[in-house]
Design a protein around this ligand. Structure first.
Ligand code: A3P
Length: 307
C-alpha cells in the first residue's frame, strides 16, 4: 500500500497550481483554491468528521469577520455557563474556543475524538466551501455564514496574507493580489462561488443556514445577536433583554474590546500566526477606498455584477 505522503504528492501533481497567498503554491481542489496543507486536512475532515445535529458551524471566507462571528456565537451559546466578567473570551482567542476544521482540528493528519471532551453543542469554524462540507451537508446542524463586501475582504486579505506567509517569499503586490482575486484565485475562492454556495443553501434551508453580512452586523450588532440567538434556538428572554445581556455580549465581542485583551496582543491562533497585528487590524467598513484605484473598482464591480 502506498504511503499517505506519496498519495498526497500524487494528488497535488494532478491539480492545477498557482502562486499562493500564504504558501508558495495554492492548488485548485474540489473547485476551490488552497495550500497543500489545507487539502490534506480537508480530506481528513471529509473522511472522519461525523456531524451531529447539535453541532454549530461558523463559516466564512478568510477576512470576512470570522473572528467576530466566532466570538458572538460562543458568547450566545455559552451565556448561562460563564459570568461575563470572567468569560473565556477575555482570556482565550475566539479561534481557540471555536476551532477550524481545516487549520486546526484536522491539520497534519490529526483525527480528533469528539466522543468525550467536546460538550454539546460543539462549535466549529471553517473556510471550506459548502459543497465540500462532507457529512455536515446531510446533517441538521446549524451553519452561520458571514459575508463581507469583497472590496474590504480583499484589502484585509492582502494585508493579512502578506504578514503570515508560510514560507519566506516576496510579498504579493497590491496589483498582483488584486488580479488574482478578480480571477477567483483567492484563498478558498473563487469568492463568488463561496458566497453563492452558502447563500443558496440559506434560501433552501433557512432553519439550518443563516447568512449574515459583516456590514449589517457592524451597523446594528444587537439586532443581529437576537437573530443569531433565535436561529440557534437560544433566544434571549425578555428578562435578559431588560438586563442588558445582549449589549454586554456585543461589547465583550467588539473589535475595541478584543483587540485590547492581553491574549489577543500576545498570543497566536492557528499555524503560530500572531493574533495582534493580524487578526485585529482596522475593522472599518469601506477601508478599500484607501487602496483601490477607480479602474480596480470598475473591474471588481463588473466581476461582482456578472457573478
Ligand atoms: P480589517 O483587516 O479590515 O481590519 P477574519 O476574522 O475573518 O479574519 O476577518 C478579519 C477582519 O475582521 C479584519 O478586518 C479585522 O480587523 C476584523 N475584525 C476582527 N475582530 C472584529 C470584531 N470583533 N468586530 C468587527 N470586526 C472585527
Amino acid at each position: 500500500m502506498k504511503k499517505k505522503a506519496s498519495v498526497h504528492k500524487e494528488l497535488l501533481h494532478s491539480l492545477p497550481k498557482e502562486r499562493g497567498w500564504r504558501s508558495i503554491h495554492q492548488y485548485h481542489f474540489q473547485n476551490f483554491w488552497c495550500p497543500s496543507v489545507d487539502i490534506e486536512a480537508v480530506i481528513s475532515f471529509q473522511k472522519h468528521f461525523q456531524a451531529r445535529d447539535s453541532d454549530i458551524v461558523v463559516a466564512s471566507l478568510p477576512k470576512s469577520g470570522t473572528t467576530w462571528l466566532k466570538a458572538l456565537t460562543f458568547a450566545v451559546v455559552n451565556r448561562h455557563r460563564f459570568d461575563i466578567k470572567a468569560h473565556p473570551l477575555l482570556t482565550s482567542n475566539p479561534h481557540h474556543l471555536v476551532p477550524f476544521f481545516e487549520m486546526d482540528l484536522y491539520i497534519n493528519n490529526r483525527v480528533p475524538d469528539f466522543s468525550s471532551k467536546f460538550a454539546e453543542p460543539t462549535l466549529f469554524g471553517t473556510h471550506i466551501p459548502f459543497p465540500s462540507l462532507g457529512t455536515i451537508k446531510e446533517s441538521n446542524c446549524k451553519i452561520i455564514y458571514v459575508c463581507r463586501n469583497p472590496f474590504d475582504s480583499f484589502v484585509s486579505a492582502w494585508h493579512f496574507f502578506n504578514k503570515v506567509k508560510l514560507q519566506s517569499q516576496a510579498p504579493l503586490s497590491l496589483d498582483e493580489a488584486f488580479d488574482r482575486y478578480c480571477q477567483g484565485m483567492d484563498a478558498f475562492g473563487p469568492f463568488w462561488d463561496h458566497i453563492l454556495g452558502y447563500w443558496k443553501e440559506s434560501l433552501k434551508r433557512p432553519q439550518n443556514v443563516l447568512f449574515l453580512k459583516y456590514e449589517d452586523m457592524n451597523q446594528d450588532v444587537v439586532s443581529h445577536l437576537k437573530r443569531l440567538a433565535k436561529f440557534l434556538d437560544y433566544p434571549f428572554t425578555e428578562e435578559e433583554e431588560r438586563n442588558g445581556v445582549i449589549e454586554d455580549i456585543s461589547k465583550m465581542c467588539s473589535f475595541e474590546t478584543l483587540k485590547k485583551l492581553d491574549i489577543n496582543k500576545t498570543g497566536t491562533f492557528v499555524n503560530n500566526i500572531e493574533n495582534s497585528k493580524n487578526l485585529f487590524r482596522k475593522a472599518e467598513v469601506g477601508d478599500w477606498v484607501n487602496y483601490l484605484t477607480p479602474k480596480m473598482v470598475e473591474r471588481m464591480s463588473k466581476v461582482i455584477e456578472e457573478k
